[in-house]
Design a protein around this ligand. Structure first.
Ligand SMILES: NC(=O)c1ccc[n+]([C@@H]2O[C@H](COP(=O)([O-])OP(=O)(O)OC[C@H]3O[C@@H](n4cnc5c(N)ncnc54)[C@H](O)[C@@H]3O)[C@@H](O)[C@H]2O)c1
Length: 440
């Protein structure tokens, strides 16, 4: 069903939205405080330079579907859904300048005071998690004397278009994410976008706000990583494009959801060793790779975060479930769980370790030497009696995701115990004790 929508902020995001929505047959009221932009649009000229935009604007401004105004009340009273696309630039300290967002919230709130029908406000500007619910919602409620969910709905729908290809990106987004305060608000926004050839993902407003940041930071990370690899390749007379093309052909481990789930630190005999090896190589060739060189620091910070989480619990008896760097192996080299164990021993905690895959009498070579140096009296800390170990522990750290360990923990864990989940496989509803995830 065709709707009347209002678009606040007619920059890159707002103008593309206005043009595409009108092209698709919706009535659109565009609102901006910039009189020059409004004049350009009334003169059928695009205020932004984008491939295809001039033709699009000219064709929709030749219909009677679009109106552009500086009058918020008119836009709110005459539309069903508003999209907020005002700028959210950085302040010198990196924080967001929310001046425009707050101003729009005030004006929309005041206008809603005079509206009896349900109105959905959807934010498309990029805002940090919490902004819609903690900054905009109170302003709109205060100015309108109305309540979210009753008289108006709030959504956040991140925009994924890229300047230069914005109409194409609008029509072919990777996905459409709609975070909303209620099913009702989400379904109203959903209806407008269901023709897009992509999945529509419904979530909370905060999650949607975070997804947008996560995507942009990930894109920046990918670019920087590829460029650092490029500089290293250049210094080694290696073809960086060919290398990265081949790397991208692995869709199982490289370009895939693998390794993309928040969890515990990496370790093992390969990743730390090869990371150090490449860093040494880049150093010897005078190639600076700030992102790659900070990966190990970040991993250490993550291990420290887990250690501090346990220390802050103020308990003495700790059980570590798992010692090798991943389930099903007895490889202890560079296992972050060994690093945790070392620190707890150093801090004087009463540590016990359960890892049935690690049979000390069968460890050989570098693996044996590693653990004997790291934890000299390791044998006295390990036991196979899982039930007794759980019974005696005040804190249980789950470092491996073996189904059997977790199922038995559900049965054996008591109310007075703390559980720190490093693997993200525990259903906290089934844990009698106090559950905490390492980064969730
Ligand atoms: N540009 C992009 O490619 C892109 C992509 C995705 C998301 N975003 C995000 O979308 C938001 C908008 O980006 P943009 O590039 O379109 O910004 P922009 O600066 O081009 O446009 C913002 C517009 O908002 C108007 N405005 C400011 N205060 C207003 C008010 N009180 N009422 C009505 N209009 C007002 C300004 O006059 C301006 O025309 C930002 O949060 C940005 O981070 C941008």
């Amino acid at each position: 069903m065709k709707k009347t929508i209002s678009v606040f902020g007619l920059g890159y995001v707002g103008t593309v939205l206005l043009g595409c929505m009108a092209r698709d047959g919706h009535n659109v009221i565009g609102v901006d405080i910039d009189a020059y932009k409004l004049k350009l649009l009334r003169d059928k000229k695009s205020p932004v330079l984008e491939e295809g935009m001039q033709d699009l604007i000219e064709s929709v401004m030749n219909t009677d579907l679009v109106k552009v105004v500086d009058d918020t009340e008119y836009a709110i009273l005459n539309s069903d859904i508003s999209f907020i696309c005002v700028g959210t630039p950085s302040l010198p300290n990196g924080s967001q300048d929310l001046t425009a967002i707050k101003r729009v919230a005030e004006k929309i709130g005041s206008a809603l005071k005079n509206k009896s029908e349900f109105h959905v406000i959807t934010v498309r500007s990029t805002v940090t998690p919490g902004t819609v619910e903690e900054v905009m919602k109170p302003i709109i409620e205060e100015k309108s004397f109305k309540k979210t969910g009753e008289n108006f709905g709030l959504c956040f729908q991140p925009e994924f278009l890229r300047e230069g290809t914005s109409i194409k990106d609008y029509d072919n987004p990777p996905f459409t994410i709609i975070g909303g305060d209620s099913k009702k608000s989400i379904s109203i926004v959903c209806d407008l976008f269901k023709k897009l050839p992509c999945d529509i993902i419904e979530t909370s407003i905060r999650n949607a706000e975070m997804v947008k940041y996560c995507c942009n930071v990930f894109h920046a990370l990918k670019i920087t990583f590829a460029n650092e690899i490029g500089r290293i390749c250049q210094s080694l007379s290696v073809n960086s494009h060919e290398v990265m093309d081949i790397v991208c052909q692995d869709t199982q481990l490289n370009i895939s959801p693998a390794y993309m789930k928040p969890g515990f630190a990496f370790g093992g005999s390969c990743l730390p060793k090869d990371l150090k090896g490449l860093l040494y190589l880049s150093k010897t060739h005078d190639i600076q790779v700030p992102v790659i060189s900070h990966i190990i620091n970040s991993n250490i910070v993550h291990i420290e975060h887990a250690i501090n989480t346990v220390l802050l619990m103020g308990k003495k008896s700790v059980l570590l479930v798992g010692l090798s760097f991943k389930s099903g192996t007895d490889d202890l080299r560079e296992s972050p769980l060994v690093a945790i164990a070392e620190r707890f021993i150093g801090k004087g905690l009463k540590l016990k370790i359960f890892d049935p895959h690690v049979n000390l009498s069968r460890l050989i070579g570098a693996n044996r030497r590693y653990i004997e140096t790291a934890i000299p009296h390791i044998a006295s800390l390990m036991s196979d009696d899982y039930e007794k170990l759980i019974d005696e522990a005040e804190v249980i750290i789950v470092g491996q995701s073996h189904d059997l360990f977790i199922e038995r923990l559900y049965l054996l864990c008591r109310k007075d115990q703390f559980v720190l989940d490093l693997v993200g496989k525990i259903n906290k509803e089934k844990i009698a004790g106090e559950y905490q995830g390492v980064c969730w």
